[in-house]
Write a protein that binds this ligand. Structure first.
Ligand code: AHR
Length: 514
């Protein structure tokens, strides 16, 4: 090869290499007047009687040396308040269909103990019951979301629970509540009718559950003239479109305000892989599962649109998140796992998907709040750590009840072993004139340059926060609680309505205007 040819080829090679690494993605953000509002309830949480979620998690008991309010740890209360937790789902999960609410009211010494057969066969002494939960929600400023027992309960038991918590006075259950020390009703709006009836909730088929649902829903009257019931049917898992079709077809809209969807990011139910010592194979497989949420929501929404063109029924993704093998030495029935930058990627990308589908997605509940699955907080004795997932959820609070700004773009690929996933995800919103944009780059190695066309949006005084780290496996520990925390991000430019920045590998950036 002649010397000057060599120079030209080397130059071209270098040029293609650099442009492959730095190809810029153009994102345009629209500002339509009729865009939906991103319901704050998309940022909801879930606490089940499972492992150390309630006991030795949220609830340490009034006599604990750990500072607490009515037995609930103060550090957690503060952390959840800082997240502006909009709602909390309880008591399950699979546990809900074994739970008899009357076991958890009245004097402690009269409360029966049961065995929590779903989760580790541990003894449940019912010391955390309806009053504890609903009072906690009041302290948190969160709306309670109660899941009633359909699998092993009765219509009467369920409607009595509604009467107990919602009726002011004059009914047997209101009287009982007052005898138990609570004069005022709590006025609970969100009610789940069973949980996963296709599995732990009773192994039913969709047609059977649809009939049962109608029977239950008929008797779930609010008992309070100011509380509109929001009844949520137990919906499909992942891509079970038949389940959705049957529910939407068979249940009239006047009996159902919401329908649930459960979707976990699990590589393989029989070998879920480690929570923190994972490989890139595991990471890519987890993200493949997490990003399926886009397809699930799109397809379930299409079915809902067919039967509910007026968009009255909300899609409620009341269980989502990463699910791995439990940490070594912990009870397999307790589902305790560490939370790394991989989980931050799941959270950031999934919340962007929910935001962008806020026309139909009204609520979602991360599984679970504390010490279980993709938790926002982990506790050990007096200590508590906030996970990368917590930080993402906190960074995204800017989207709560903000108006969606639809985005338009083609994501660059994250390619691994010959397979590709969209690397970048974005959602944007506006509230009180302030613009917020959340960007995620899930690529494990490649940074991605983006140029956002902001049109006529006013982005005066924009500031940004980033969550990033050196390794995907990085996480906070009880020894190093601040290993991963959000930091200020200054590396962006705004010129003539265009915002330019480079998103480092596996990081989340949230920009907001003044
Ligand atoms: O969140 C853990 C379990 O996962 C829930 O109890 C159940 O609903 C789901 O299968």
């Amino acid at each position: 090869m002649r010397k000057n040819n060599f120079v030209v080829y080397s130059f071209l090679l270098a040029f293609f290499f650099i442009s492959a690494l730095h190809a810029q993605t153009a994102i345009s953000i629209k500002n339509p007047k009729d865009a939906p509002v991103i319901s704050k309830h998309i940022y909801g949480h879930f606490s089940e009687h499972l492992g150390r979620s309630i006991y030795d998690g949220l609830y340490v008991g009034e006599d604990s040396p750990i500072p607490n309010t009515d037995g609930v740890r103060d550090d957690l209360i503060q952390a959840l308040k800082d997240l502006q937790i909009p709602n909390l789902r309880w008591p399950g999960g699979c546990f809900a269909d074994t739970y008899h609410w009357r076991d958890g009211i009245g004097p402690q010494e009269d409360r029966p103990t049961i065995v929590n057969q779903w989760w580790g066969d541990v003894t449940e002494d019912n010391s955390f019951g309806t009053h504890n939960f609903l009072n906690l929600c009041e302290v948190l400023g969160a709306e309670p979301y109660l899941a009633g027992n359909v699998g092993s309960g009765t219509v009467q038991e369920f409607s009595n629970w509604v009467q107990y918590v919602n009726h002011d006075e004059g009914s047997p259950m209101a009287k009982l509540r007052k005898e138990n020390g609570k004069e005022e009703s709590w006025d609970v709006k969100f009610w789940g009718v069973g949980n996963e009836p296709w599995g732990c909730g009773g192994n039913m088929d969709a047609e059977f559950y649809a009939d049962l649902y109608k029977q239950y829903a008929t008797f779930l009257t609010s008992w309070d003239k100011d509380t509109e019931m929001y009844r949520i049917a137990s919906g499909p898992s992942g891509n079970d479109y038949h389940w959705m079709e049957v529910l939407m077809k068979e249940i009239p809209a006047e009996l159902m305000e919401g329908v649930a969807l459960h979707s976990y990011s699990v590589i393989d139910w029989s070998n879920k892989g480690p929570a923190s010592e994972f490989t890139e194979d595991h990471y890519f497989a987890t993200m493949t599962e997490a990003l399926k949420m886009e397809e699930y929501i799109t397809k379930h929404t299409a079915i809902m649109d067919k039967y509910d063109p007026e968009n009255k029924v909300g899609l409620i993704v009341d269980e989502w998140g990463g699910w791995y093998e439990v940490e070594e030495g912990t009870n397999p029935g307790f589902l305790f796992q560490q939370n790394t930058m991989r989980d931050a990627m799941i959270a950031g990308a999934t919340l962007n998907i929910f935001n962008n589908h806020s026309e139909r997605v009204y609520m979602a509940n991360l599984a679970q709040a504390v010490n279980v699955l993709q938790a926002v907080a982990l506790t050990q004795g007096e200590q508590m750590i906030l996970t990368p997932t917590y930080h993402v959820m906190k960074m995204y609070t800017v989207h709560h009840d903000a108006q969606l700004l639809p985005v338009n773009f083609e994501s660059p690929d994250y390619t691994y072993n010959g397979e590709s996933l969209p690397a970048v995800s974005v959602s944007a919103s506006k509230k009180d004139g302030k613009v917020a944009i959340s960007l995620v780059n899930i690529d494990s190695k490649k940074e991605n340059e983006v140029e956002l066309d902001l049109g006529e949006l006013d982005v005066e005084g924009m500031t940004a926060t980033i969550l990033t780290s050196d390794k995907l496996q990085d996480h906070n520990t009880f020894e190093n609680t601040e290993n991963i925390t959000p930091g200020e991000f200054k590396d962006f430019k705004i010129k003539r309505g265009k915002l330019e920045l480079t998103i480092p590998p596996f990081s989340v950036i949230v920009l907001k205007s003044e």
